[in-house]
Design a protein around this ligand. Structure first.
Ligand SMILES: C[S@@+](CC[C@H](N)C(=O)[O-])C[C@H]1O[C@@H](n2cnc3c(N)ncnc32)[C@H](O)[C@@H]1O
Length: 250
């Protein structure tokens, strides 16, 4: 198993997924599923999108690189009928045109080789079918704060983060509509948000654990400083911009 398949499955991502639930709701609303539609959730994580689709009556398949995530998603799904697979978004184990709707919430964006992953989304979606993605808009403030620790080695989600690059990745296969929105990360203070993210956001947790002990407080302080710059009377409130991407397969 790759290192990424291991570290994505560790920690408590389900806590973050819970906070992202307004975004999952927006994505499902945008996709307006009908009962019986064949639905694929790529990089399902703990299954938030897949479970919503199953409740909407779709015929749902969900996959993720990390066996640890798939185990949690199965447990979360309970009696909801969902076919789960461990699979890399760059080589989806499904036939051409086998889904009416293909979705990925902050998921496929993490696959290395964005062009390969984008081609897979198009391959498995039938002509006339729909695509629904949420993707992070690049955040220069956060990138600058992390740079001394990552040395630029962090996997970047930037290729999916603006309408022009989305058009380059997906425009030949899908007619796209892109809407910019904001998800707010909130807490009583920066230290509280750090405790959540450093245990529940696997890329940050993996970065922290890759550092020698003596450098870890500096990463924490850089993170806390950013959040403390966004303080109001209720605590801290940081805007994370994302794109809601809706596509129709050509
Ligand atoms: C931020 S989580 C999002 C999970 C879920 N879609 C949600 O909205 O809660 C990113 C997910 O992408 C998965 N992932 C990362 N790289 C992947 C790849 N190459 N192929 C498939 N899944 C991948 C991770 O294991 C993780 O579950």
């Amino acid at each position: 198993m790759s290192d990424a398949a291991v570290w994505w499955g560790e920690g408590t991502y389900e806590r973050l997924a819970e906070l992202l639930s307004p975004v999952h709701d927006v994505l499902l609303e945008r996709l307006a599923l009908s009962a019986g539609e064949r639905f694929l959730d790529v990089a399902t994580g703990t299954g938030a999108v897949a479970i919503r689709a199953a409740h909407a009556g779709a015929d749902v398949t969900a996959c993720d690189l990390a066996p640890g995530m798939i185990a949690k998603a199965r447990a979360e799904a309970g009696v909801a009928e969902i076919a789960f697979d461990v699979a890399d978004a760059r080589s989806l184990p499904y036939g051409d045109s086998s889904f009416d709707v293909v979705a990925s919430a902050f998921g496929v964006v993490f696959a290395p080789q964005p062009e390969t992953a984008a081609a897979q989304l198009a391959r498995v979606c039938r002509p006339g079918g729909r695509l629904g993605l949420t993707t992070w808009v690049p955040d220069e403030e956060v990138a600058a704060a992390y740079e001394p620790f990552t040395g630029g080695r962090e996997p970047s989600t930037d290729a999916w983060g603006d309408p022009n690059s989305l058009e380059r990745l997906l425009g030949d296969s899908f007619g796209l509509e892109v809407e910019r929105r904001t998800w707010w990360a909130t807490g009583r203070n920066g230290a509280e948000v750090w405790r959540l993210f450093s245990t529940s956001a696997p890329p940050l947790k993996a970065l922290l654990e890759s550092l020698p002990e003596e450098r870890r407080p500096a990463l924490r302080n850089a993170f806390v400083d950013i959040y403390e710059r966004y303080r109001d009377s209720d605590g801290v409130r940081y805007p994370n911009d994302y794109l809601l991407v809706a596509g129709t397969r050509r």
